[in-house]
Design a protein around this ligand. Structure first.
Ligand SMILES: C[S@@+](CC[C@H](N)C(=O)[O-])C[C@H]1O[C@@H](n2cnc3c(N)ncnc32)[C@H](O)[C@@H]1O
Length: 280
């Protein structure tokens, strides 16, 4: 088998074979969350770091107006081709989730598979949350799925998935190569073993992800006062089973809601003759 060092996101067809194979649970969950927690009807949705658009296309087919961005042009092209093939406009664009602006506010945004951890600094993570908050209409939601770093030992530091799509078979292996908790970095290796009738190929990628304990994530969120946590779930995506996040939690889907605009109360004007003795 030929082995190639590669950036896996440059191979959207293989990425999608693995991660797009079964997204029904995520799709059903997102819709249930939109219905239950948004303070407005959800019609327009945005996915930062949308990748191949595996969820966007399903949401478009369900009647939502969808759009997304991603840093990787190959993923964006794949996503747009797929949207167009299904009869929808090509609404994915190349862009950085740490610095974007939408032309019109959306009712919900989502980011479910820890893509947020690609943002390598606190400043970028904060900027991302600010961009999302600015893009949401008041009462709108941001559904953010992330693997947290538990304070003790982790249950598992490797995962394997395999899938067959027609004559294409892909086996994906993810392994943590080590974590630097002080610098908040985790190095991971992901391999795709790809088999077609004419080709056997191993793609190997290594990437660095930022780490978050539950407390670090909450602190970050507090700095973005526009979003509040309204519910938390795990990657079982069961709307009937919210979870309580503690310092041992490993995967969590935060349902964040944009706070309503502060109401503008008229300032009290002291009446003539009654001196205003309030301290300044
Ligand atoms: C694990 S994939 C998730 C893709 C998609 N959200 C999904 O659920 O299948 C992570 C994606 O994040 C994208 N990405 C990484 N850093 C980014 C950034 N700063 N801005 C936008 N996209 C980014 C990668 O190109 C990749 O497509």
């Amino acid at each position: 088998m030929q082995t190639v060092r590669a950036r896996l996101y440059d191979y959207p067809k293989y990425y999608d074979a693995i991660f797009g194979a079964d997204c029904k649970a995520e799709f059903d969950f997102l819709r249930a969350v939109f219905r239950r927690y948004a303070k407005r009807p959800v019609r327009r949705v945005f996915e930062p770091a949308c990748g191949t658009g595996r969820l966007l296309v399903k949401l478009a087919a369900a009647g939502y107006a969808v759009s997304g961005n991603d840093l990787n042009p190959a993923a964006v092209a794949y996503c747009n081709r797929r949207l167009v093939r299904h009869g929808f406009p090509a609404t994915a664009s190349v862009g950085d989730m740490a610095g974007f602006r939408l032309a019109r506010p959306v009712d919900a945004a989502f980011n479910t598979v820890s893509s947020f951890r690609h943002l390598e600094s606190e400043a970028k993570a904060r900027s991302h949350l600010d961009c999302v908050a600015t893009s949401l209409a008041p009462g709108g939601l941001y559904v953010l799925g992330i693997h947290l770093t538990p304070l003790g030992r982790r249950d598992c530091d490797r995962e394997t998935w395999s899938v067959r799509r027609g004559r294409l078979a892909v086996v994906s292996r993810l392994r943590s190569l080590g974590m630097d908790r002080r610098r908040r970095r985790e190095r991971i290796r992901v391999t795709f073993d790809v088999s077609t009738p004419s080709r056997q190929l191993r793609l190997v990628d290594e990437m660095t992800l930022r780490t978050y304990t539950a407390e670090q994530f909450c602190r970050l969120l507090e700095a973005t006062s526009a979003l509040e946590i309204v519910a938390t779930f795990d990657f079982g995506y069961d709307i009937g089973r919210p979870i309580r996040v503690d310092d041992r939690t490993e995967d969590v889907v935060y349902v964040l809601r944009k706070r309503p605009r502060p109401s503008r109360r008229p300032t009290a004007v002291p009446s003539a003759g009654a001196p205003d003795n309030r301290p300044v």
